[in-house]
Write a protein that binds this ligand. Structure first.
Ligand SMILES: [Ca+2]
Ligand SMILES: [Ca+2]
Ligand SMILES: [Ca+2]
Ligand SMILES: [Ca+2]
Ligand SMILES: [Zn+2]
Length: 478
């Protein structure tokens, strides 16, 4: 389920068209004026928030002018959240800047020139989707991150909406988890002063943490607005109140007035406090989970792939497993194993990443697999045959003179057949390694016969249909 939540806000004191920028960068962001259009290597192995400054192709890049004020607001948001709930903190995607003290100053802030011009984003339409699509195409689709985007371009905003977000899946980030705030058209006035732009940013961010996500049935947030169930109406000081007065500062806002609608409440519906994109600072779980060991893949039934791995260990509670197909997260499983359809001959890359109960992430384990063949290298060469041969289609037995010949049609295996196990009356009699027949003295012909192929990796195929051969009559002597 996905619901559009138009945010906020704004009733600004005046609709100035030009953003009043702070005079100079005031906070010490450790990245200086260095711009990165890609997600820098993570220093936090956990679900996190990634912050992006984005601007249309034909708009000026004001990142050097606004980064200090953005950092000031994000620092204020971080401090405000910890004051609202000392057991939680926003978990940010941080970068390894030399000599940086850490915290919000070490934010991995991206600066991205979008693929479209201001006109593409200016009007109504699905602006959220347009911004999101450009950023996902630029590489910001990591399912382990939710994105907070500062969009810096001119807009037509008759309703003074200064931000927008969707509710997605509480468990994952990526393309469904974009919180966007606008800097243009007056929305950014006061950036860096912990006033309206900071309120809008954390308001949209909390939408992306699925605040007031309405359950299909049963108890629900008691103070949801009557015609706007994604916002609470019990206090204008609530962070998620449908609109905010321009001059109201972040300090006047509370994270769920009375704790009865979306944060630290006692109801059965989703509670933002449980989000794994928050650092659970009160948890005794501090370490990342181990690897999904022994990741393997096989084809047990045609047209399918079955992934298997061993349970990972963790210093906390249960471990979940994020499964990726060709870089796209397809599920977060609480149990071991995953299967999906995969045509024989098709090759995909699978990865499994562990996640603990508070959002720490283990390293990913990866393999490439070709349906019906096995685990392959980057060029498609078979590394490990994990697929058993098909069954032998039929078995024949024939006594001629003193010789009994058992023969069968060859089994098929993409990695190569190595031989056949031969069974009489359910017991292994011998192994045939030189083709699809074997001979015995005629005196041993009586019984029920079947064969089982095996491939070069030792994978055993299914037992063939069995045939029953009568004992040859003993030759009579006159
Ligand atoms: Ca990063
Ligand atoms: Ca409330
Ligand atoms: Ca852990
Ligand atoms: Ca095989
Ligand atoms: Zn809203």
């Amino acid at each position: 389920m996905r619901r559009l939540l138009i945010a906020v806000v704004a009733a600004l004191a005046s609709a100035v068209a030009v953003v009043a920028l702070p005079a100079a960068a005031s906070a010490a962001w450790c990245g200086g004026t260095a711009e990165s259009a890609t997600d820098r290597p993570d220093t936090v192995a956990a679900l996190s928030w990634h912050v992006i400054y984005a601007y249309p192709t034909d708009a000026p890049d004001r990142f050097p002018q606004v980064v200090g004020a953005m950092t000031d607001d994000l620092t204020a948001i971080d401090t405000w959240w910890r004051a609202q709930d000392p057991t939680r903190a926003l978990r940010w995607d941080l970068a390894d800047f030399p000599g940086c003290a850490g915290g919000v100053a070490a934010l991995d802030l991206s600066a991205v020139k979008l693929a479209h011009d201001a006109n593409w984003f200016r009007g109504g339409g699905d602006r959220w989707g347009r911004v999101r699509d450009d950023l996902v195409a630029a590489g910001f689709g990591d399912a382990d991150k939710k994105m907070l985007v500062y969009f810096d371009g001119p807009l037509d905003l008759p309703l003074r909406e200064c931000g927008i977000a969707h509710t997605g899946s509480p468990a994952t980030g990526g393309g469904e988890s974009y919180a966007i705030v606008y800097l243009g058209t007056g929305c950014g006035n006061g950036l860096g002063a912990a006033t309206f732009p900071a309120v809008a940013a954390v308001h949209e961010l909390v939408h992306s943490l699925n605040a007031l996500d309405q359950p299909r049935s049963g108890a629900r947030p008691p103070n949801a607005c009557r015609n706007d169930a994604g916002h609470p109406c019990d206090s204008p000081n609530d962070l998620m109140y449908p609109f905010s007065i321009g001059g109201a500062g972040l300090a006047s806002k509370v994270l769920d007035f009375n704790h009865d609608d979306y944060y630290a409440h006692s109801g059965p519906w989703w509670d933002v406090q449980d989000s794994l994109f928050l650092d659970h600072v009160d948890s005794a779980d501090h370490a990342a989970p181990g690897l999904a060991q022994a990741l393997s893949a096989r084809t047990n039934s045609p047209g399918m792939v079955e992934l298997t791995w061993q349970a990972a260990t963790d210093d906390g509670g249960a471990v979940s497993y994020e499964v990726y197909r060709d870089g796209v997260q397809v599920t977060v499983a609480s149990t071991i194993g995953y299967s999906e359809s995969l045509p024989d001959g098709a090759t995909r890359t699978y990865a499994v990443r562990t996640r603990d109960g508070v959002g720490h992430l283990g390293p990913a384990v990866t393999l490439r697999y070709t349906g019906g063949l096995g685990i392959v290298d980057a060029t498609g060469v078979l590394l490990k045959d994990t697929v058993a041969p098909g069954p032998v289609p039929g078995v024949r037995g024939k006594v001629a003179g003193k010789v009994f010949t058992l023969s069968w049609a060859a089994a098929i295996d993409a990695g190569g057949i190595a031989g056949y196990r031969v069974y009489r009356d359910g017991k292994l009699v011998t192994t045939a390694r030189n083709g699809a027949s074997i001979t015995f003295p005629a005196s041993r012909a009586g019984g029920t016969w079947a064969v089982r192929p095996f491939d070069r990796a030792g994978n055993l195929g299914a037992l063939s249909v069995s045939i029953t051969v009568a004992s040859p009559k003993p030759a009579r002597t006159a």
